[in-house]
Each structure stands twice: as structure tokens, then as C-alpha cells.
Design a binder for this molecule. Sequence first.
Ligand code: HEC
Length: 207
Amino acid sequence: MNAPRLHKFLEERSGFFIFGVLFVSMLGGLAQIVPSLFDGELARPAENLRPLGALELAGREVYIRESCALCHTQQVRPFVAEVRRYGAHSRAEEFVYDRPFLWGSKRTGPDLHRVGGKYSDEWHRAHLINPRAVVPSSIMPAYPWLENTPADSGAVQSLLFALEKINGAREKGGALRAGEELRGKTEMDALIAYLQSLGKSAEGRRR
Ligand code: HEC
């Protein structure tokens, strides 16, 4: 059957056509999903990946609450341009402790998966209080109140208890020390600690 006739054949049988589209999509879905179910990488943490500590976790909660993920992805794709700009591409084994995932799907700002260690804590502080102070053309919103808001140790403690159960790997007692670790810390300190923790699991890998 040549192409125009095949086209006509499909166009005249919409039920069959819909089934065909679904079937082909299903094959694509299976090709992506099935191998990942049998690949241990999804459950095995990367070599130097560690669960976040109380301060970093408090920062992650701020990151979620302030919707940073709406403008920033945390997934470097395996393309030359991305690897040159951001560093080693992201791998499933680096997200084993992430609940929920913060991959994001929109890059109004740059990807942040490898931002840890790229700038000093002071740079992040100045940038979050007023992005224009360090990047004059920035359109990122300012978050000055984080500097005056104490980090919430109660919420983090419950979260640590839950994550200790789910992840298993976290050293025991971390949740009990959360209050101590967050004493006197602001949400700004916590968010910066979280940002500095990002991407460390790629250290030692070829860029
Ligand atoms: C409206 C979109 C938007 C939101 C929301 C947003 N950002 Fe940004 N962000 C940007 C843009 C655009 C840039 C690039 C310009 C700059 O550096 O300020 C950026 C840059 C950054 C950088 C520097 C990255 C690099 O590699 O140079 C960091 C770190 C950052 N943002 C963190 C955050 C955090 C944390 C939050 C949430 C508290 C946040 N952003 C919320 C748009 C956004």
C-alpha cells in the first residue's frame, strides 16, 4: 500500500486510527519504563550521595514553599551544551533520597542541580535578598524575609523521622538532633545550605 492510500485508509477508520496511536504511544512508554524497573540505579544511591541533614532539609522545604522549582530545574540533560554549561549530566541514582522530586520542567532561570559550591554563601545571601545586587539584569524575585524568619525545627524533625523510615540509610538520631542543628538559624541559612548541597553526588565523575 503506497503512502497516500495508507493515509486514506487510516483517515476513514478513526477507531482503528485512535487504537493505532495509543498502541504506538504504549510501545514508547514501555521502552522507557520497563528497563528502568530492572535497573538497580533507581534504588541504589550514588557513591557519594548522602541524605540531607536537618539544616539542608529545612532549606529544601523553603525551596518548595517559595516555588523555586517553577523557574529552576534540577536535571542536567545528557546534551553537550548542557554538560558544558552546568556540569555532569544528572543520573537516577542521585535522586534516591529526594521526596518529592524537584526536577522541574521550566527553566526561566538556570538549572540548579550542580549549583553547590559554584558560589560562596555570601553570594547566595546577597542574591536571594536582592538578585539585582549581583546580577543587574536578573528577573528573579527577591526573598529578603528569609533573612528574618527562623527555620522551623518542629516541621523538619517530623520530616526527618518520616524520611528515616523511608530511606533507612539515614544515621539514626538525626531527627532528635534537628532542634539543636537549627537553633539560631534562619530560613536563609537553611536555603543556602540546601543550595550548597546540590550536585555534590557528581564529584569525582568525569565532567
Ligand atoms: C520567576 C522565576 C524565578 C524564581 C521563582 C526563582 N528564580 Fe532563581 N533565577 C531566575 C533567573 C532568571 C536567574 C538568572 C539570573 C540571576 O542569576 O539572578 C536565577 C538565578 C538563580 C541562581 C544562580 C544560578 C547560577 O548558576 O548562576 C540561584 C542559585 C537561584 N536562582 C536560586 C533560586 C531560589 C533558591 C529560588 C527560590 C527561593 C529562586 N531562585 C526562584 C529566576 C527565578
